[in-house]
Write a protein that binds this ligand. Structure first.
Ligand SMILES: [Zn+2]
Length: 1459
């Protein structure tokens, strides 16, 4: 038919293609694209138009039709040769015919033939294809409409096929493009971005789940159109089951349902954070002539080869020490830097960089096959998995051959590919990554290559996943056939797609399960997804077509692998292609207009329609977007905090060095300014009022705020070109040594805009040059280049670990804040918080807690010399001053006060201030233990003064005693101070007698100072929880604070060298959760200590996530507190029993325990606690490992409420009415009813049961966190809930029942724990899983109720550790008395079962429903008011139960004698 030597369209000959209009329908993660091409023959002769054009590589073309005049012809899929023959016959006999076929060489190139257009005739061709959207590293979904097709490089002598027919023009093409996009998704759409100009996004509904947008007119075909779509909660594993075509035969692919599974595997955090140091990294760089083209056509564009060189620089610097590497360049031939990969060290890195610098796009063609063969022929290094990084503009013709080669080595390497510039072959780039178990990236437009390459490097450093298997579990009668190619790669958080054919009869309601298992670092991992086999409506046949395409691809693979049965494979492909209506390489779409026979004289004239080629197209797309960051944030962590350490056995930190060291860094940053203003530095600098603002974080949907004390330096208008800015980053990176450090050189000084002398003069004498230079480089990166962090993250990681290896700082290090903040950002937590601006505290404010003399003295420190500072520091205990400390301490106080303001003004619900220096040791006239000003004490006094707060609770969970806070408030009954601390009978710092439990406050303040000394190290979660249940919470509720302040030191967590405790970071999620119901939620958490960076950052994240309302993680199983902890708890309770009615009725046998302790001391018991030798301790602490906290996710919807029919309820934010009950839920409800209550024929019961099942199922699928269902009958509802929960989502269910009835719950097998609070004496319980307490209405009802909740229910519940909490209330119970306490009960139980609570309320009580909904949705419950004493008989009933149960439930114990 067509000969290859066609005409290339030139200006004079009219091009028959006039316009392309594209309609894009996005449904979730699947997109259907309809392209309509308008052809007009403007010539006087009959014409054949040929158009070779690109489509996405994985697209399934499923429709092709032509419309001529009013007549529409829909094409069929036929075997390719037969289609071609028919086309030729039709065209030569004067009929109109249309043919669409895929290139055999590259599945992203198609050819369209429009045969026999008579003069003046119009034809509209419509092509429809479906494809999946690709998930990007930033969770965007990428859609690309390829508008550009680059000529593919064809070596001499090879065939070339359709690919060689590509004809393209320089400059714009003579046809236009319109594009409209319609998105619909179950998740709200948060934004849509594009590399092209779009009209504004229009939302079509208030839920933002439907939206539409158009491409602005005037697209020049100079670039592919890329769309980046962002959903809220994008990455949930999903299964879409699509029904087959009713008319097609059952058993065939199209006749049966097909399922599309999207999985997002999650690796444990420890795997993610310990990026390996092993590997062989081979970089393969395209050096063909086309690499000289520009990356894009905007101002400041770089050539592709230059971009690749910059990227190589960054990659080489980012490699871990101890790995192997090599670099290949290829064109018509290839060369490698080293004969084989070499060990990465300073010499080889230098050598490589030298060669990279000289690299040019001088190797002509694009022959990629040979270098790949050479690489694969090299033996691999044992224990160094091979990682290929291939950079190419992808213009090769033999794509399939290349892919086969990559595939045949899939088990010996991973391949990461980068398509550079517009028009890079998607088949080649995505194919290499797919076949090579890696990841593909496209770098187009004005994208910088570096961030994308770094994202891939991050993946490459993830351990390889091996032994991947997929298993299906479905009901009998159904078989599952996987259609997609076997999965050979899994990355953390990256989507894995599976298509499968469901054969056989499904009952329509049953569930299926797909289980993907693999091993990761020799550990077996299982990911599972349950799905309903019932087909979802509304997907058309898109999933079938994608599945067919997946199967075709996998058959193609088999076919190319060769061997027997080739004909079979081919005929299967043709059959499948025809049946599914999806094209493949052996078929084509053919349409013939049978009514169009006309006489055509002479040979038909061919017209090739050009596609755009980017080379040489220069057009301006509006002003170049320069984003210059004038707002440089410098974290205070780097700016001037200093450190010191305790004297005594733990003082092992070279603190003075450290102090000056970090302090001096602040000087440097300030000093940049002083150069500008021609003033000296840094002392005068501070005085000259350099605008050093402080910056704070963050924002929140849930109105939490966290404050980061920091130093923001306004750089003023900088007339620096963006390119130059980028250059300075690369310049800094290029100076880094392979080990990760920098040398102090003039060039480095130049990058910072200084002279070498200026840097050297600032350097403390004790610090060596390289450490100093490396620290400055880190400060500069964090301070000035934070936006490009993704590019320098590995460079900085290397630098930080190098510094650590130099042992300059031991504990009070700047990383404490940097890493905490970084972790908050990494998990997206920081972004959810509201940012609160930070300021310096005023002198007036500091004077609230400190003396004038002391403030005056500290104010002098910025002017002091080193010797004077040293002298000054000697006046205090364990604190050392630096010139910048005054400034930083002002910021720490100011940040704390800003947080108090925000919380008290109700601008935020709660918040955390990340500040240094800490404060709780600082005293009225003395600095102490790292602390200069007492941040939290000042905050309390400030809140009293400015907001007339009457009662403030300060909880100090730092492992040290905050004696400064104690001194400040010990005579003040309006501030209740609670501190637990490592004490070891006064042998631990600060070694004060007044840190013991006997210091209860003085005068009016007696009873308002609670010290809980830990006399042993190694305290666990159980010990901490016991302290909360049996000491802090009962007193706090009785005290009824109006504001809660937390001295949040995390040196009380596991791994901390100071604390040596064993409580895990997750415990802080729970401690925070337990405090949140107090003071109507007004809570300010302020950072104090915490010196193990890992446990500190984990603990900070746990705390902030809880403040934001995320469900707390499950704690591992609990046991009774240890004897030493019980002893302390009992002593505190006894010491405070005269002051707090919750302790009033205590059995005073704790005298005994005091006696015992005395005895123990006498016998030298305290010696046990003597610290180990310094080095031993350190060694011991370094060896401690603990499991990484699991990622915490909060379901999209927090709370659902199912009111009785016809009742409208007002719901708080985060709470919705339960939607329609699904068929499967109502089936389950029916089944359970039939099974349990055969005689209950009442249809009305089915609705509430369906609601219950529905809520539980949504909890299971993590769509909702908790729910409230109103029910007419408790027995039936509870039984149904427990039955369904135990079979589907919970191993153990806790039932809290308010009522007098008898619930049908079996408490004997350990799966259920029933706690009943009733008003009438109940019968004796027989099981340790059944507790009932009688509580009578009266004045002390609230106190009695809370006493039971705190002292009995919470310990029981935490130790039982349920997977579901059922809160059940009998109708009419206690009327108005119940709602307030019920709200607190529900809030306090939120820490359990990852927040999964189902409240079942009998009847309808408006107040109770509202209170329940509010508490479930995380709103703070209103304060209960100060609690009086409980009734003695209530107290005794509770004690009786405690006695009965404490053998089984150790968390109930609160005296030693009981254990
Ligand atoms: Zn501490």
């Amino acid at each position: 038919m067509m000969n290859s030597g066609g005409l290339v369209s030139e200006g004079k000959i009219p091009v028959p293609l006039k316009s392309i209009s594209v309609d894009v329908q996005v449904q979730g993660h699947v997109v259907t694209v309809t392209s309509t091409l308008q052809y007009v023959n403007e010539e006087e002769r009959h014409l054949e138009a040929l158009f070779v054009f690109p489509l996405p590589a994985d697209a399934a073309v499923c429709h092709f039709s032509a419309k001529i005049g009013e007549q529409e012809i829909v094409a069929e899929v036929q075997e390719r040769q037969s289609a071609r023959d028919q086309y030729d016959d039709a065209v030569s006999s004067g009929q109109q015919a249309f043919l669409l076929e895929e290139s055999a060489e590259s599945s992203d190139v198609f050819r369209l033939c429009v045969g026999c257009l008579s003069p003046g005739q119009n034809a509209a061709i419509t092509i429809i294809y479906v494809t999946e959207l690709a998930v990007q590293a930033d969770h965007a979904l990428r859609f690309c409409l390829p508008a550009v097709l680059n000529p593919r490089y064809t070596p001499a002598g090879s065939g070339g096929g359709i690919v060689s027919e590509i004809s393209s023009v320089c400059g714009s093409v003579p046809y236009s493009l319109t594009l409209s996009v319609h998105v619909s998704s179950p998740n709200p759409i948060s934004k849509l971005e594009s590399n092209c100009t779009l009209d504004p996004l229009v939302f079509l509904n208030s839920e933002h789940t439907h939206a539409t947008v158009n491409l602005s007119p005037g697209h020049m075909f100079d670039k592919d159109v890329e769309l980046f779509l962002y959903y809220q909660n994008t990455h949930q594993p999903t299964a879409i089951v699509e029904a087959g075509v009713a008319t097609d035969q059952p058993g065939s692919l199209m006749g049966d349902p097909v399922v599309m599974i999207s999985l997002y595997p999650e690796f444990p955090e420890e795997v993610m954070s310990s990026l390996g140091s092993q590997g062989e990294f081979v970089f393969v760089v395209d050096r063909s002539g086309s690499m000289d083209d520009m990356m894009h056509h905007g101002k400041g564009a770089q050539s592709r080869i230059e971009g690749a060189k910059d990227t190589l620089l960054l990659l080489l610097k980012s490699l871990p020490m101890g790995c192997y590497f090599n670099i290949y360049g290829f064109g018509s031939h290839f060369e490698s830097l080293f004969p084989k990969s070499v060990l990465y060290n300073q010499d080889t890195m230098d050598e490589a960089l030298k060669r990279v610098k000289k690299m040019q796009a001088d190797m002509v063609g694009t022959e990629i096959l040979q270098p790949l063969k050479h690489i694969y022929n090299q033996p691999c290094y044992p224990d160094h998995p091979r990682q290929l990084f291939i950079f190419t503009d992808g213009e090769v013709f033999n794509t399939k051959e290349v892919l086969d080669l990559v595939k045949s080595h899939t088990h010996s390497h991973r391949c990461f590919s980068f398509g550079i510039g517009e028009g890079a072959s998607t088949t080649l780039i995505t194919g290499m990554a797919r076949e090579g178990s890696g990841h593909a990236q496209f770098i187009t437009g004005s994208d910088r290559m570096q961030p994308k390459v770094m994202q891939s490097l991050k993946l490459a450093l993830q351990p390889a996943v091996v032994n991947i298997s997929v298993k299906w579990t479905v009901q009998d009668g159904i078989t599952v056939e996987t259609l997609s190619q076997p999965i050979n790669v899994i990355f953390h958080g990256q989507r894995t797609l599976i298509y499968a054919h469901l054969k056989g009869e499904s009952s329509g309601s049953s569930e299926g399960t797909v289980t993907v298992t693999y091993s990761l670092k020799d550990q077996p991992v299982t990911n599972q997804l349950h799905f309903c086999l019932k087909p979802t409506e509304d997907t058309g046949l898109a999933v079938h077509r994608l599945a067919a395409r997946a199967l075709i691809q996998s058959l193609e693979q088999q076919e190319r692998a060769g061997g027997a049965g080739m004909e079979d494979i081919k005929s299967r492909m043709v059959e499948l292609s025809v049946q599914a209506g999806v094209s493949c390489v052996h078929t084509a779409f053919i349409a013939i207009n049978k009514d169009s026979r006309q006489t055509v004289k002479g040979p038909l004239l061919q017209r090739r329609v050009p596609t755009a080629d980017v080379s040489g197209v220069y057009c301006y797309q509006g002003p170049y977007q320069a984003s210059l960051d004038n707002d440089l944030l410098l974290k205070s962590s780097l700016s001037g905090m200093f450190s010191s350490r305790r004297s005594g056995s733990f003082a092992r930190c070279k603190s003075y060095v450290n102090a000056k060291f970090v302090g001096a860094c602040a000087g440097i940053i300030g000093f940049k300014k002083s150069l500008k203003s021609n003033k000296g530095f840094p002392v005068q600098e501070q005085k000259s009022g350099i605008p050093q603002k402080v910056t704070a974080l963050f924002s929140s949907r849930y109105e939490t705020s966290a404050v980061l004390s920091g130093q923001e330096i306004s750089q003023g208008k900088q007339e620096v070109d963006v390119e130059l800015q980028k250059d300075s980053l690369l310049q800094l990176v290029s100076l880094q040594k392979a080990s990760g450090c920098w040398d102090l050189t003039p060039t480095l000084a130049h990058v910072f805009g200084k002279t070498e002398d200026e840097l050297t003069n600032q350097k403390p004498a004790e610090v060596n040059q390289s450490v100093w230079a490396t620290l400055l480089a880190l400060i500069w990166l964090y301070g000035c280049k934070i936006k490009d962090q993704v590019e320098w993250q590995f460079v900085a990681m290397k630098a930080a670990s190098w510094i650590r290896s130099q042992k300059v700082c031991e504990i009070e290090v700047p990383e404490r804040l940097i890493m905490s903040y970084d972790a908050l950002r990494t998990f997206g937590t920081a972004q959810r918080c509201r940012q609160v601006p930070v300021r310096q505290a005023t002198e007036q404010e500091i004077l609230l807690a400190h003396s004038e003399e002391y403030l005056e003295a500290v104010k002098q420190t910025p002017k002091m010399t080193e010797e004077q500072l040293m002298e000054f520091s000697k006046k205090y205990n364990d604190v050392y001053f630096h010139q910048n400390i005054y400034h930083c301490a002002q910021l720490a106080v100011g940040a704390t006060l800003q947080l108090v303001d925000s919380v008290m003004k109700r601008e935020v619900r709660n918040g955390m201030a990340l500040v240094r220096p800490p404060g709780h040791h600082s005293q009225r006239s003395a600095a102490n233990g790292f602390c200069v000003f007492n941040n939290v004490a000042i905050a309390a006094l400030y809140a009293q003064k400015n907001y007339s707060v009457n009662r403030i609770l300060i909880v100090d969970w730092d492992v040290h005693h905050g004696q400064g806070v104690q001194y400040c408030f010990e005579e003040d009954p309006s501030v209740l101070y609670f501190s637990w601390h490592r004490y070891e009978h006064q042998t631990f710092w600060p070694n004060l007698p007044e840190s013991d439990y006997t210091s209860i406050g003085k005068g009016k303040g007696s009873g308002f100072n609670i010290n809980l000394p830990w006399n042993k190290v190694g305290m666990t979660n159980s010990d901490y929880l016991s302290a909360f249940f049996h000491v802090l919470l009962p007193v706090a509720y009785e005290f009824d604070p109006e504001l809660v302040l937390v001295c949040a030191g995390f040196d009380s967590a596991i791994g901390d060298p100071e604390g040596e405790m064993c409580a895990t970071p997750e415990i802080f999620a729970h401690l925070t959760q337990l405090l949140m119901p107090l003071a109507a939620g007004k809570m300010c958490v302020v950072l104090e200590g915490g010196y193990n960076l890992k446990s500190l950052t984990q603990s900070v994240c746990q705390t902030v996530q809880t403040l934001l309302g995320d469900p707390a993680p499950r704690l591992s199983e609990h046991s009774a507190p240890c004897v030493s902890a019980l002893d302390s708890i009992a002593n505190v309770r006894t010491a405070h029993s005269p002051y707090w009615s919750c302790f009033k009725h205590l059995d005073t046998n704790s005298d005994r325990s005091i006696k015992r302790r005395k005895l123990e001391e006498k016998n030298g018991g305290a010696k046990d606690a003597k610290p180990l030798l310094e080095t031993e301790t350190k060694k011991k602490m370094e060896d401690i490992v603990w499991p990484e906290p699991l990622p915490r996710s909060s379901p999209a919807l927090r709370t659902v409420v199912a009111p009785p029919p016809g009742v409208e309820v007002a719901l708080p934010v985060g709470c919705q009415v339960l939607g329609e009950i699904s068929k499967s839920a109502s089936d389950v409800a029916q089944k359970i009813r039939d099974k349990l209550f055969q005689d209950a024929s009442d249809q009305k019961m089915l609705q509430p049961l369906g609601n219950i099942i529905s809520v539980l199922d949504q909890m299971k699928s993590k769509e909702v966190c908790n729910g409230c269902v109103l029910v007419p009958d408790l027995n039936v509802s509870v039984q149904c809930s427990v039955e369904h929960a135990l079979t589907s989502l919970a191993k153990r269910v806790l039932i809290v029942f308010i009522g007098d009835g008898k619930l049908p719950v079996d408490t004997t097998d350990g799966t259920a724990l029933l706690v009943q609070i009733c008003s009438e004496e109940a019968e004796e319980e027989k099981s340790v899983n059944h507790v009932s307490l009688c509580l009578r209405i009266g004045e002390s009802f609230t106190a009695g109720f809370m006493q039971i909740v705190l002292g009995l229910l919470l310990p029981l519940a935490y130790e039982f550790n349920p997977y579901l909490v059922l809160g059940v209330v009998e109708e009419g119970k206690w009327k108005t008395l119940l709602p307030p306490v019920w709200g607190h009960l529900i809030s306090l139980l939120q820490g359990l079962a990852q927040g999964r609570t189902l409240a079942l309320l009998q009847g309808y009580d408006k107040d109770l429903v509202e209170v329940t909904a509010a508490a479930l949705s995380g709103a703070p419950a209103p304060a209960l008011g100060a609690l009086g004493p409980p009734k003695p008989e209530d107290f005794q009933a509770m004690e009786k139960q405690r006695q009965r149960l404490q053998k089984r439930w150790g968390l109930l114990r609160c005296t030693v004698s009981e254990s």
